[in-house]
Write a protein that binds this ligand. Structure first.
Ligand code: GDP
Ligand code: MG
Length: 440
């Protein structure tokens, strides 16, 4: 069971204070094994593991989250990112019909996927036309016809004596004439990648200039998905893919390979033999399927939110007591950075929507500078910011100690005073919901 194996994967990180170069090695080794077990190709696994290493080592681990949980989150997030983040919709031509070319090996599920897409589009109120351009297998045309009747979508065919590219072109002409919205061209595959198949695909592509070339991949093909994708993408050029037979045992690792090799999104997944068994591809869900770690992730997210809330509450209390000092300033800056966006902070602190944007949108560099300067302060200076305001010699010493100019120190001091002034004013005047004892 992959899920169990992956849990083993990160056990080594349990009880560690943070993720480091040394303790991450074992966990990475296990990730590598887990992904190979999920049928991700070796080259893709290698690259992926390096990316995870870079993101995991030194990653900030918030209170309430253990490094092993954090590690899982990094792996999951990287999986989602590599697989494209969000669902990618199907292309739509400016002038209809939108032309979709189905490509892939024999038995991958092209004809089935063509019908599934036909039904999907029809359900959306469109009028698709399916083209039977597989002239090699006698049953192929009948198969598409039968499916067409079943779902109530028209099928265009010229029998099996005409070249596939000519059938496709004639289908396109018909779709234009009769106002179909989408042309779905079903093609022939072979058992293996070969030159003839590729050349035929290129001829069909030239004949209809598709808006979308969808590579249909059987998810059970496993590690070979990378090689297959590379061949089709190099020779024909794909714009997306359909990953089929995910109702089976496969963990879906092929999704990672397809995306990484081609850079093109997986758009749909097939989850059964029936024509209804088609779903849009969601990177998030696939990442969870590959890892089988849903529960741990929820836990990490929850812990993260709680920590952020606790920090915000502490800050609010400080403001009330007007004891906001340089350490708080630094913490505030870190908090803002960690929450990623000001939007998140504003949501958590009602009444803060009038904050000076320019001041708060401090970049990473600014934060580093502030950290260095505060690091050069004495404890007294940190707790009593007035000391700095009144004594230029202290400011010069801090500038020297932190490797900055006195003007830089003045700037940070000004920012600090601005923020403190604003916050104190706000805590006196506005009042924040949920804070007992606040006036107003
Ligand atoms: P083609 O040669 O690429 O056109 O492949 P077909 O569409 O004829 O499909 C080959 C076989 O795979 C058929 O028996 C289909 O019913 C089956 N198939 C296609 N997609 C799926 C799927 O998502 N799940 C399952 N379980 N079977 C599928
Ligand atoms: Mg077929």
């Amino acid at each position: 069971e992959l899920s169990a194996r992956f849990e083993d994967a990160v056990k080594g990180l349990r009880g560690q204070a943070k993720i480091s170069d040394t303790n991450v090695e074992d966990a990475l080794k296990q990730v590598r094994r887990a992904l190979l077990g999920a049928d991700v190709s070796l080259e893709v696994v290698r690259e992926f593991v390096e990316e995870v290493r870079q993101k995991a080592v030194g990653a900030e681990v918030v209170r309430g989250v253990t490094p092993d949980q954090k590690f899982v989150q990094v792996v999951h997030q990287q999986l989602v990112e590599v697989m494209g983040g969000d669902n990618a919709p199907m292309a739509e031509a400016e002038d209809s019909p939108t032309v979709v070319l189905m490509a892939g090996l024999q038995g991958a599920g092209k004809t089935t996927a063509t019908a599934k897409l036909g039904l999907h589009l029809k359900d959306q109120g469109q009028r698709p036309l399916m083209v039977a351009a597989d002239v090699y297998r006698p049953a192929a045309i009948d198969q598409l016809r039968t499916l067409g009747e079943q779902i109530g979508v028209d099928v265009f065919s010229l029998g099996d004596d005409v070249k596939p590219e000519e059938i496709a072109a004639a289908g396109l002409a018909k779709a234009r004439e009769e106002g179909f919205d989408t042309l779905l061209v079903d093609t022939a595959g072979r058992l293996q990648i070969d030159t003839e198949m590729m050349e035929e695909m290129v001829r069909i592509r030239s004949a209809v200039e598709p808006d979308e070339v969808l590579l249909v991949v059987d998810s059970m093909i496993g590690q070979e998905a990378a090689e297959l994708t590379r061949a089709f993408h190099d020779k024909v050029g794909i714009t997306g893919s359909v990953l089929t037979k995910l109702d089976g045992d496969s963990r879906g690792g092929a999704a990672l390979s397809i995306r990484k090799v081609s850079g093109q999104p997986i758009k749909f997944i097939g989850t059964g033999e029936k024509v209804e068994a088609l779903q849009p591809f969601h990177p998030e869900r696939m990442a969870s399927r590959i890892l089988g770690m849903g529960d741990v992730l929820t836990l990490v997210e929850k812990a993260q939110k709680e920590v952020e809330l606790a920090d915000v509450e502490k800050m609010q209390k400080k403001l009330q007591e007007a004891s906001f000092d340089f350490s708080d300033f630094l913490q505030q800056m870190r908090l803002i950075k960690r929450m990623g966006s000001l939007g998140g902070l504003i949501k958590m602190m009602p009444g803060m929507n009038k904050l000076d944007d320019g001041m708060l949108k401090q970049g990473e560099q600014q934060l580093k500078r502030i950290e260095a300067m505060i690091g050069s302060m004495t404890a007294d200076e940190r707790n009593q910011p007035e000391l700095l305001a009144s004594q230029p010699s202290r400011r010069r010493r801090i500038a020297g100690g932190s490797g900055h100019s006195p003007a830089d120190v003045d700037k940070v001091l000004a920012d600090f005073q601005k923020m403190r002034g604003f916050m104190q004013q706000m805590s006196k005047g506005g009042g924040m919901p949920g804070m007992p004892g606040m006036p107003g």
